[in-house]
Design a protein around this ligand. Structure first.
Ligand SMILES: CC(C)(COP(=O)(O)OP(=O)(O)OC[C@H]1O[C@@H](n2cnc3c(N)ncnc32)[C@H](O)[C@@H]1OP(=O)(O)O)[C@@H](O)C(=O)NCCC(=O)NCCS
Length: 216
C-alpha cells in the first residue's frame, strides 16, 4: 500500500528526505511524495515536486501523512500541531531502505524519520517525531523521547535516554549509561556539534566540547 506524504518544511533537510523517500519501504508501506508544504512558498515547485501552503495541502491531500522536516524540535512540534488543526495526521515512520535495524527489537512512533547509513541495535524505543539524520548509531536500551533530534554522525551508546525535544549536533557522542540508570540528556537540552557527553545533561542546558560542559 502506498501512503501519500507531505513534507512540511521545504528547506535543506526536507529536500534531502524527498530525494529518497519515494523509494523508502517499511513493513510493506511505500511512500509517494505528494508535495512540500511551506507557510510562505517562494516557488510552486521544488526539485520536481509541488510546493503548497498548508491549507492547499489539507484540501488536496487530506489523507496524506505529514513529516515535519526541520531540525529544531520545538519548531517541528509547532508544525505538527498546525497540521493537526487542519486534520492532517503524522506519517507512519519513514526509514531509509538501508537503515540497519530489527523490527522485533526497535519500536517507532509516528512521524519518525531515519536517514541513510544509520544503525539501530536492540531494545530501543523511538517515540513520535524523532529525527535521526545520516550515519548515526543508537545502542542497546536507548530511549529517544518525542521530537528528540540526532544530527548527522551522532553516536548514542547503550542505556542512554534522550528526553523530549533534546537536540544533538553533528558528530556528538554520548558514553553509555547503566542498566536501570541511563545517562540522561534532559528535555530541550542542546549538545553542540562534536561534543562528547560523559554525564547527564540538565534540561534546557547547552553543552559543548570534550568532555561536554555547560556553556558559561
Ligand atoms: C552549541 C551551539 C548550539 C551554540 O550555538 P550558538 O549559541 O549560536 O553559539 P555561537 O555560535 O554564538 O558560539 C558561542 C561560542 O561557543 C563556541 N562554540 C559554538 N559551538 C561549539 C561547539 N559545537 N563546540 C565547541 N564550541 C562551540 C563558539 O566558538 C563561540 O566561542 P567564543 O565565544 O569563544 O567565540 C552550536 O554552535 C552547535 O554546535 N550547533 C549544532 C549545529 C549542528 O550540528 N547542526 C546540524 C545541522 S544538520
Amino acid at each position: 500500500m502506498e501512503q501519500e506524504l507531505l513534507i512540511f518544511g521545504a528547506g535543506g533537510f526536507g529536500r534531502e528526505v524527498a530525494s529518497w523517500v519515494h523509494r523508502a519501504a517499511w513493513q510493506g508501506h511505500g511512500f509517494k511524495l505528494a508535495a512540500f508544504v511551506d507557510d510562505n512558498p517562494v516557488t510552486d515547485e521544488l526539485n520536481g515536486f509541488p510546493v503548497l501552503t498548508l491549507a492547499q495541502a489539507a484540501q488536496r491531500h487530506p489523507d496524506a501523512g505529514v513529516l515535519a522536516s526541520v531540525g529544531q524540535p520545538r519548531v517541528r512540534e509547532r508544525l505538527i500541531a498546525k497540521a493537526a488543526e487542519l486534520g492532517l495526521r503524522p506519517t507512519a515512520p519513514l526509514l531509509h531502505p538501508n537503515v540497519e535495524y530489527d523490527q522485533q527489537y526497535v519500536s517507532f512512533g509516528d512521524g519518525v524519520v531515519v536517514c541513510a547509513g544509520s544503525i539501530l541495535t536492540v531494545n530501543i524505543e523511538i517515540e513520535s517525531h524523532v529525527q535521526i539524520n545520516l550515519d548515526c548509531t543508537v545502542g542497546h536500551d536507548a530511549v529517544l523521547r518525542a521530537y528528540a533530534t540526532l544530527s548527522p554522525g551522532v553516536h548514542i551508546s547503550g542505556n542512554v535516554t534522550l528526553e523530549q525535544c533534546s537536540f544533538l549536533g553533528t558528530g556528538a557522542v554520548t558514553v553509555q549509561g547503566l542498566p536501570g540508570r541511563p545517562l540522561l540528556i534532559g528535555a530541550d537540552a542542546v549538545v553542540g556539534a562534536g561534543a562528547v557527553v560523559t554525564k547527564d545533561v540538565a534540561p534546557s542546558a547547552t553543552v559543548v566540547g570534550i568532555p561536554a560542559r555547560a556553556r558559561a
